[in-house]
Design a binder for this molecule. Structure first.
Ligand code: GTP
Ligand code: MG
Ligand code: ZN
Length: 375
């Protein structure tokens, strides 16, 4: 296999491109002319550019136009059209509706979503057995994985480094009911065959987890050759070195597609009410039957969550963490409402200002409306 994604030329059906995508690409109005327009699936996103698999040679396309027009940034895994401009070169024209999206809150004060990978079927939430299991991190990642619409699976990596991993598996069975968990090792080969069978056809599986836990090593194992660079972890604290810096979609030689991502330490939630409910089903279910709709599940009369806790069905630790995550989501909801209110009143002021200043103007010289709209 070539050692760089840009040299791969997978055909479109193997990437999950369907007749429905054909129909969409033909009908979508993205300002591109029919003879220069291409389409395909985004293989990599990096600094304002996307690498797009098109069936033939991969194309580098600017992503900024979409961001400005619709607020949606193209993401790895997106099915897109690519339009070519004689001067500016290729850029992303339109993004097909996503079946799933792994979304986090982008770092920064203003609440904005960032899609880590789109149109993913499964999310492998990966943890290294060479360090203590961090349940809070795992729960947070599961919320994001469930919220994406894809199916999560927990992979415990580096099983060769510990004698007993049953304890970790039991803990996960408790905190991730209904989520399959597998311990793997790229050193001993443990369970790699079971992982490999999940990759078939155009099934797309994203790997998420801390730096240094072996995401890229697994990709290389599955792809039967060195595609992704891997890095040593620091001996002192097992920290990774953030070797992978882009989100890469890699078609595997025997079918299936894997998305390798850079390790993320802090992962913020993005509007994840459904993901939270799926990650904490034992709390979500009784919470629906509390006497008061705005019950905060502490000491209200008729609180079904506290009842479940007293019956030993809900752990205190899980309840505390659930509350914290819920608060994070609700705070974001109110921030978003506030931003929407402010921008609405800004828009209203702008409309009024324009109405007051309205005068007939000479049309601007230059490339016309079409070009301006693409920026
Ligand atoms: N013992 C052991 N080491 C492993 C295993 N898998 C990966 N490693 C080692 O873990 C280190 C980090 O692996 P990477 O694959 O680069 O980790 P990553 O998750 O891709 O890290 P980032 O790209 O930084 O997010 C490397 O030194 C690998 O050789 C395993 O199953 N067992
Ligand atoms: Mg990596
Ligand atoms: Zn309650």
């Amino acid at each position: 296999m070539p050692d760089d994604l840009s040299l791969l030329t997978p055909d479109l059906p193997s990437l999950g491109w369907t007749a429905a995508h054909d129909a969409w690409a033909a009908s979508v109005d993205d300002g591109g002319s029919e003879d220069t327009k291409q389409h395909g699936r985004i293989a990599r996103t990096s600094r304002g550019y996307c690498l797009v698999f098109t069936g033939g040679d991969a194309v580098m396309a600017a992503s900024s136009s979409i961001r400005a027009d619709t607020g949606i940034a193209p993401s790895t895994g997106d099915f897109v059209t690519v339009i070519d401009h004689p001067e500016d070169g290729p850029s992303i024209g339109s993004i097909a509706e996503r079946s799933t999206a792994i979304t986090r809150r982008a770092p920064g004060r203003v609440p904005t979503p960032q899609v880590l990978a789109a149109n993913v079927d499964d999310v492998f939430v990966m943890h290294g057995l060479d360090r203590p299991l961090n349940m809070r991190r795992l729960e947070r990642q599961l919320v994001i994985a469930w919220e994406s619409g894809a199916t999560p699976l927990v992979l415990l990596t580096k099983a060769d480094e510990v004698r007993h991993h049953e304890e970790a598996e039991e803990t996960i069975a408790r905190i991730a009911p209904g989520v399959e968990t597998l311990a793997i090792s790229t050193v001993s080969g443990q369970n790699l065959d079971r992982i490999a069978t999940r990759f078939t056809g155009s099934r797309t599986i994203a790997l998420i987890g801390l730096s240094g836990i072996g995401k890229s090593t697994l990709v290389n194992e599955l792809s039967d050759g060195v595609v992704q660079r891997t890095g040593e972890v620091r001996a002192a604290d097992r920290r990774g070195r953030h070797t992978t810096v882009t989100r890469d979609l890699i078609p595997l030689p025997n079918g299936g597609i894997v998305v390798d991502t850079p390790g993320i330490r802090e992962i913020g939630l993005w509007q994840a009410h459904a993901g939270l409910a799926k990650t904490f089903p034992e709390i979500d279910a009784p919470a629906k039957s509390c006497r008061f709709a705005d019950c905060d599940h502490r000491s209200e009369p008729g609180c079904a969550v506290q009842e479940a806790r007293m019956d030993g069905l809900v752990s205190e630790r899980r309840l505390t963490h659930w509350r914290e995550l819920l608060e994070e989501i609700k705070l974001q909801d109110s921030q978003l409402e506030e931003f929407a209110r402010r921008s609405e009143s800004r828009d209203r002021a702008e409309v009024e200002r324009r109405r007051d200043n309205e005068r007939p103007r000479k049309p601007k010289k230059g490339k016309g409306r079409d070009r301006g709209a693409r920026r």
